[in-house]
Write a protein that binds this ligand. Structure first.
Ligand SMILES: [Cu+2]
Length: 496
């Protein structure tokens, strides 16, 4: 209906214009051509001035009306430290081009008015003027220089690499069709080496597991970063060109296969703070169409997008970005599992199978001291018995494996810490084989543990070694898992 009315209006206006034309033609015949032309010229010149005023006023009003759609205004304020200077560049450019725009528009219409066709007026031919050439070359050159210098300044802020010793977090984003694979450095703060030749189903980034820096690296599913901390994002691609774009932080960089790129930024507003700011704008005070129970500002999230048209699934590369307080970040980080420890450790791909990692040594130490503390505090006799989880013997023999020493060192340390503690070391086997032989083996194994501890300077009088053979199973002997539980070395706290 509206469309029909619009078409009708346009048609009517066209008819009116044609009719006015016809009337003017007739009038000019009556009055004489030249007089009439003079009147028309004056009128047209006046119209153009009116048009100019309306047009320029409309420009100013619409700029004010749509201000909140511009970067850096209203709900589009940047959330990074350098974002303001980048948005400021747009303002500066708009300011200078705005001045030029007004001067040229006014000049254009004014000259059209002033030099309208008139009787007796002779045209001035101005083929060349050096002064004018200089003016309109020099002014844009000076303005451009300022704009470019300002732009370079902002660019350097984003691209200036971190100084050695500076406090920053480095994360990595690898684009592939069609997602981002994220990597965080883990507690050591360093990302490990990668080699594309190592990429496989279980090693999507081609991390080199012999590089210790890789062992604690995390592969999180969302970007979480602490507020007010410098972040360096290392950007790589696995197949085609992608682009790591964080619009709210005004950073964007191509992800190029075979050539790591980076940018640096410092988030200055947490997601929660940004939501609170958005809650002040009416356009965000409406229910979220995807979640009508909440307002649009409540469901706002920063996001990571791929800004390169990298293929049909391009849109699905969107990832949420959460900016949180330092405490929340640390809490989140401590929940994240190292990819190596959760997916590679102990598998055929693990080149470190035969050694214990620092993190494991530390973790087992903590585990052990927690357990022994609990046993000391316990009153129930059965809670005074502890299993030495990481003490193993060579198959069918009483020779401790190389890696058993870590657990035994923890035990020796505890015995030194509690000088009055005496313990009974108990050896246990499963029920496979000959019971008498199992009895002997378990005694020898308990003895081997005792010998190790005395070798560490613990008085033999504090240690009793007892072999229980298969007589005290901890679990069923009918399954392999149960038998494994039964083959064990324990110690009982006798006095403490
Ligand atoms: Cu992409």
């Amino acid at each position: 209906m509206t469309a029909l009315l619009t078409i009708l209006c346009i048609a009517l206006i066209a008819i009116i214009a044609i009719q006015i034309g016809k009337v003017t033609e007739l009038a000019s015949k009556i009055r004489g051509e030249e007089d009439m032309q003079e009147i028309i010229n004056r009128r047209q010149a006046g119209y153009s001035l009116v048009f100019m005023v309306i047009f320029l006023v409309a420009c100013v009003i619409s700029a004010g009306y749509y201000k909140n759609y511009m970067l850096g205004y209203g709900p589009h304020e940047s959330a990074s430290a350098h974002g303001k200077s980048l948005d400021g560049l747009f303002d500066t450019t708009l300011f200078f081009t705005g001045i030029v725009f007004f001067i040229t528009q006014i000049g254009l219409f004014y000259y059209a008015f002033k030099y309208r066709g008139a009787r007796n007026r002779k045209p001035l031919f101005l083929p060349h003027d050096n002064k004018l050439e200089i003016i309109w070359t020099a002014i844009p050159a000076v303005v451009m220089t300022f704009l470019v210098v300002g732009g370079l300044d902002a660019w350097n802020e984003v691209m200036a690499d971190v100084e050695p010793g500076e406090d920053f977090i480095e994360i990595e984003g690898t684009g592939y069709q069609f997602a981002w694979h994220l990597r965080y450095p883990g507690p050591d703060g360093k990302l490990g080496a990668r080699d594309y030749k190592l990429i496989s189903g279980s090693n999507p980034l081609g991390q080199d597991w012999t590089d210790k820096k890789n062992l604690d690296d995390i592969h999180p599913s969302e970007v979480v970063l602490p507020v007010n901390k410098k972040v360096r994002v290392r950007i790589t691609a696995r197949d085609v060109l992608h682009n790591f774009y964080l619009p709210h932080f005004r950073v964007k960089m191509d992800a190029v296969p075979g050539m790591p790129t980076y940018f640096i930024f410092t988030p200055t507003k947490t997601t929660e703070e940004y939501r609170q700011e958005l809650s002040n704008y009416p356009e965000y005070q409406v229910p979220d169409p995807n979640n009508p129970e909440k307002m649009l500002w409540e469901t706002f999230n920063y996001e990571l997008a791929c800004a390169e048209l990298c293929g049909t699934g391009h849109y699905s590369m969107r990832r949420l970005v959460r900016i949180v307080s330092e405490e929340e970040y640390n809490a989140w980080l401590s929940q994240q599992q190292s990819y190596y420890l959760s997916s590679i450790r102990g598998t055929d791909e693990d080149p470190n199978k035969n050694e214990l990692l620092d993190v494991e040594i530390k973790q087992r130490k903590m585990e052990f001291s927690d357990a022994i503390q609990k046993a000391i505090d316990a009153t129930d006799a059965k809670d005074k018995i502890l299993r030495l989880n990481y003490v193993y013997f060579e198959s069918g023999a009483a020779k401790l494996t190389e890696l058993s020493r870590y657990e035994l060192d923890n035990l020796a340390e505890s015995l030194n810490k509690y000088p009055n503690m005496t313990i009974e070391i108990g050896g246990h086997t499963d029920n496979t084989g000959d019971a008498a032989q199992n009895q002997t083996l378990s005694s020898e194994r308990a003895k081997a543990v005792k010998d190790y501890l005395t070798g560490k300077g613990i008085a033999a009088s504090r240690l009793q070694a007892v072999g229980y053979g298969q007589s005290v199973p901890a679990d069923t002997n009918d399954t392999e898992a149960g038998r494994e539980k039964n083959r064990r070395t324990e110690f009982k706290i006798l006095t403490q």
